[in-house]
Design a protein around this ligand. Structure first.
Ligand SMILES: [Zn+2]
Length: 254
């Protein structure tokens, strides 16, 4: 046999549109980067999309003189605006753990499980905690909280003090996947809404999108950012032979 038989199978494409989806992120803006176009597509098809953000985003500034309380409030507003730009229509919840200090402990796991039980999503989306050589600890921890939160939410004897019924989602999609095996096909309109949602995170334009608002180069920089996001969707789509997509690790056996 050649290596042909050992090659991983072609990625699956497109889950059925869920009635409810919950995206769990370390920071405001991670959901929009990781799965914004997919959520925009589902929202347009009637899915209620919820956000759960684990940290307060308080490290998200390069300005040493930045007032941290103001930044936290601004980033919450930006996350709500981003959800609207996606057409999300669900809740935007914040656990409020300090940025950079998120831990995947039992208490945090209980919080994520509580939100899964309360919102009863058909699909949960989150960071792939097994992404190799990922530096930011919050992304790893938020990924483990998502996976562990699903396990805790689905079984009735975990966190009985919740006082809310257990809930088993049908599927888990991990973005920034180490071994992507599923692609959600998206269209130009979904890409446009993803970009609008990313730009709603105004405080992050300079640090994560390399757009220096107010500089004469801002328009060109924003265009370059759009091109980078589009290139990523082209790259992800190519995994499944589609024009534009977002790639995930799919865990369907929950
Ligand atoms: Zn992040």
């Amino acid at each position: 046999m050649t290596g042909e038989a050992e090659r991983s199978p072609a990625p699956t494409v497109d889950l059925a549109t869920p009635g409810r989806a919950l995206a769990v992120a370390a920071h405001p803006d991670d959901v929009e980067f990781g799965c914004g176009a997919t959520l925009a597509k589902w929202a347009a098809a009637g899915c209620v999309v919820h956000h759960l953000v684990c940290t307060d985003g308080s490290k998200g500034s390069w300005d040493p003189g930045q007032d941290v309380a103001d930044l936290v409030a601004q980033r919450r507003d930006e996350q709500r605006a981003a959800a609207r730009a996606l057409g999300a229509g669900g809740e935007v919840a914040f656990l409020g753990w300090p940025d950079g200090e998120l831990e995947a402990g039992l208490r945090q796991r209980g919080q994520v499980a509580w939100w899964i039980r309360r919102l009863r999503p058909d699909v949960v989306l989150g960071h792939d905690p097994w992404k190799r050589y990922r530096l930011h600890p919050d992304h790893r921890h938020a990924g483990f909280l998502t996976v562990d939160g699903v396990v805790a939410a689905r079984d009735p004897h975990f966190f009985p003090e919740h006082g809310v019924a257990h809930h088993r989602p049908a599927a888990l999609l991990l973005f920034e996947a180490d071994e992507p095996d599923h692609v959600e096909r998206v269209g130009e309109g979904d890409l446009t809404r993803k970009l609008a949602a990313l730009e709603a995170h105004r405080s992050q334009l300079r640090s994560t999108m390399s757009v220096d608002v107010g500089s004469p180069d801002a328009a060109a920089q924003l265009d370059a950012f759009h091109q980078r996001v589009r290139a990523r969707l082209v790259e992800h789509g190519a995994l499944a032979g589609v024009e534009l997509g977002e790639a995930f690790k799919l865990v369907a056996d929950l």
